[in-house]
Design a protein around this ligand. Sequence first.
Ligand SMILES: [Zn+2]
Length: 184
Amino acid sequence: MVSKVIIALAVLLCAEAVLGVAVVSKSAWGARNPKSKTTLAGSLSYAVIHHTAGNYCSTRDACVKELRNIQAYHMDSLGWADIGYNFLIGGDGSVYEGRGWNVLGAHATNWNSKSIGISFMGNFNNNQPTAAMISAAKGLLSDAVSRGQIKSGYTLYGHRQVGSTECPGNNLWNEIRTWANWKA
Ligand SMILES: [Zn+2]
């Protein structure tokens, strides 16, 4: 009896360590299928933070609508295989699956094969990242380490550090510069 309880606890603790943050899957937000997929290696050294520079959303319905718009823009107007980012963070505090784990993104020229791309939904020159969004992104990053997508000593960059862009917006830029893995 005691050993069964210990096993159950161990399973729970393992599940916690592996699952971490809840991710809203592509099927849950009504995403289209990608035109193609390319494998992204594990043990990457970098994570790149973006903003979508589009609409801010604070409810599931509004975020789902915006996600579908962004995916349509990336696939139909830009001609990409899928929504560009690996994951997106909604103003509702949810993590939304973009290309997901182990799939090459289209978010930072020359850096896509070296990093995962996480984008905050909104324009963070004007919007402010909320505590829930920050916590969701940090949880996602620690999950990325737990599952071996990025190394434990990974470097966190804002898009402006690896490309000629104001992304991820000044307010989010000032926030991520306080995170443990951010490097100048
Ligand atoms: Zn960006």
